[in-house]
Design a protein around this ligand. Structure first.
Ligand code: FES
Length: 176
């Protein structure tokens, strides 16, 4: 017969068994990962919350575009500024105007036809070469946009400022 009771032997052998050893190192590692994830999420959310009051796009800088010197627009030319959805028209007398290509119906970009008119591909509105609407459903013509000359002599279009149709920027033409 042995000196110690059988229950004590069983408990000791269980404690000694690696199978029942507490997996503290793995638990610690998972806990550390969880804490780091939570901290990371909190920091990102905090940065986002702090940036909320600050506009990420400055309307002024996005609405005004420098287009280059007037020479970039030959007399009698029509230039498509695709990135701005704007057409720049330079007439034979040197006058310039900017026409928004954004349809006044639902905002699709109107395409210029061979005859100089504009056709909206979405619902078929038709505009004359000067932007006047001739067929709906567009409720109005293509807007004329403000053109100006910057201090460094470049043409500037402001996409947020409309002018009355017929308002042109007059530029001096070089004598031939
Ligand atoms: S968006 Fe141009 S006609 Fe509808």
């Amino acid at each position: 017969m042995s000196d110690s009771p059988p229950e004590t032997q069983t408990a000791e052998s269980l404690e000694a068994s690696p199978r029942f050893a507490p997996a503290e190192s793995r638990r610690d590692w998972l806990g550390l990962v969880a804490i780091c994830s939570a901290l990371g999420t909190f920091v990102v959310a905090l940065i986002g919350a702090l940036r909320l009051p600050m506009p990420s796009v400055f309307p002024e800088s996005q609405s005004r575009m420098k287009l280059g010197k007037p020479d970039a627009f030959p007399l009698g030319s029509t230039t498509n500024l695709k990135e701005a959805s704007v057409w720049i028209v330079r007439e034979e007398d040197g006058g310039m105007y900017a026409l928004s290509a954004v349809c006044t119906h639902l905002g699709c970009v109107a395409m210029r036809e061979e005859d100089g008119s504009f056709l909206c591909p979405c619902h078929g509105s038709v505009f004359e070469a000067d932007g006047a609407v001739v067929a709906g459903p567009a409720p109005g013509g293509l807007p004329w946009l403000e053109l100006s000359v910057s201090a460094d002599g470049q043409i500037v279009v402001d996409k947020t400022r409309t002018v009355a149709p017929g308002t042109r920027l007059m530029l001096e033409t070089k004598p031939v």
